[in-house]
Design a protein around this ligand. Structure first.
Ligand SMILES: NC(=O)c1ccc[n+]([C@@H]2O[C@H](COP(=O)([O-])OP(=O)(O)OC[C@H]3O[C@@H](n4cnc5c(N)ncnc54)[C@H](O)[C@@H]3O)[C@@H](O)[C@H]2O)c1
Ligand SMILES: O=C(O)C(=O)C[C@]1(C(=O)O)C=C[C@@H](O)C=C1
Length: 365
């Protein structure tokens, strides 16, 4: 008989985990979502095999239970879960972006002969919903697990086996260390991205041209501000202490930058940027999880129908794969600029050679 996996929350992450599990295991995947529409789409995309109408119905006989709901909801649902009959030996996990409060709440499951192991795949997107789910979303990313002190080692290995289709790199942390680090590299940057957008929105009130001019750099640094507000509201509320500490030290840092500018301390400003560049350039290059390594090539293209398909056609002809393509709007009305992103340096070099042969101007920044 097939084993049963029950996923609660059929959005970007729940859907991607379901697809990754299906890739490696012959299982029956049950899903529950508070939005009937999401559950329907998950069924039609074959992300799940069965849609159930309640948590109670879904946990019946499930071998693996995964919470993929916003973190405040996960806490509430864990409390509800404690009331139900669970299969002995079942593994319960979650994918939430915070860990301390969830792991504390899950302590109530200890009396139920199941093992709870907190989880957090450190990759995602600013997109939400099951339509955006992809089986390869977590490839090469870190997948943090926070097993409790008394957790059975075999259950941790079993969970990694269940999740091997994610092709993620598993790492174990305490919930406290997780929340401190995720606060610094993920949660706090999200606040900064949203605040930069608010700043531009305010300026737009005085001068509407500002949004039209907001190009490359601003868009790159604020991409994540387009993510789900409900998800991020919950994360901030859950990781309050880390975020308050980070905000305090950031405020201090901004004050010192302000002083440097006010005093026109050219050398100190240079050093500030130089040190940041050195640290950033020295970060380990990984495809996902932290700061990805990009092999970007910029191409001038005439503002003419067919120009983009001509460029992609040249790449296809030489079997060079792109991981991303973007039209930069900075030179609107004169000549467009395409930003092509490749998986490897070698692909970028080959693309540059072939595009130059076809008389395109290309450059690497
Ligand atoms: N988006 C990311 O980049 C990312 C990455 C890693 C982890 N996470 C974590 O994954 C979780 C899910 O995020 P997502 O990006 O998939 O969000 P999402 O909005 O795409 O999906 C969440 C789903 O949960 C459903 N839901 C909400 N309340 C529910 C309830 N009470 N019962 C059942 N379903 C309910 C929603 O209808 C939605 O379909 C969050 O805890 C988030 O912190 C997100
Ligand atoms: O790539 C993005 O859009 C993300 O925001 C992904 C990201 C992150 O901050 O790195 C967001 C929240 C998750 O908990 C894990 C990953």
């Amino acid at each position: 008989m097939k084993r049963t996996v029950f996923i609660i929350g059929l959005g970007l992450i729940g859907g991607s985990i379901a697809l990754a599990i299906k890739k490696e295991h012959d299982v029956h995947i049950r899903g529950f979502d508070i939005s009937f529409e999401q559950a329907k789409v998950a069924m039609s995309l074959k992300v799940i095999d069965e849609s159930v109408l309640s948590l109670q119905e879904g946990v019946e006989g499930a071998d693996l239970i995964i919470f993929a709901t916003p973190v405040l909801k996960t806490e509430q649902l864990l409390e509800e879960l404690i009331q139900y009959n669970l299969k002995t030996g079942a593994i319960v996990t979650d994918v939430g972006s915070t860990k301390v409060r969830i792991v504390n709440k899950a302590k109530g499951l200890q009396q139920k002969n199941v093992t709870f192991i907190g989880g957090h795949p450190m990759a995602g997107s600013h997109k939400s919903g099951v339509e955006a789910a992809r089986s390869h979303l977590f490839e090469n990313a870190f997948y943090i697990l926070t097993p409790g002190q008394g957790s059975d080692v075999r259950s941790v290995i079993q969970l990694q086996n269940w999740l091997k289709g994610t092709k993620a790199k598993f790492i174990e942390l305490s919930p406290e260390q997780h929340d401190r680090l995720a606060g610094a590299i993920s949660h706090f940057p999200h606040v900064i991205a949203a605040s930069l957008v608010h700043q531009i929105a305010k300026i737009e009130g005085e001068d509407p041209l500002v949004s039209r001019l907001a190009a490359g750099g601003f868009r790159d640094i604020t991409r994540i501000a387009s993510a789900s507000p409900a998800m991020w509201r919950d994360i901030l509320l859950h990781n309050k202490d880390s975020l308050l500490d980070l905000l305090d030290s950031w405020t201090e840092e901004m004050q010192s930058v302000r002083n440097l500018i006010e005093q026109e301390s050219a050398d100190a400003i240079f050093t500030y940027f130089e040190q940041a560049k050195q640290f950033r350039d020295g970060l380990p290059a990984r495809k996902k999880g932290a700061i990805p390594s990009f092999y970007d090539l910029f191409v001038d293209v005439p503002d003419h129908p067919g120009a983009i398909s001509d460029v992609t056609g040249i790449l296809a002809q030489h079997q060079i794969s792109l991981t991303n393509i973007r039209i930069l709007e900075t030179r609107e009305d004169i000549m467009g600029v395409l930003r092509l992103t490749f998986r490897t340096e070698d692909d970028r070099e080959r693309a540059q050679i072939h595009l130059k042969q076809e008389l395109y101007d290309t450059y690497v920044l």
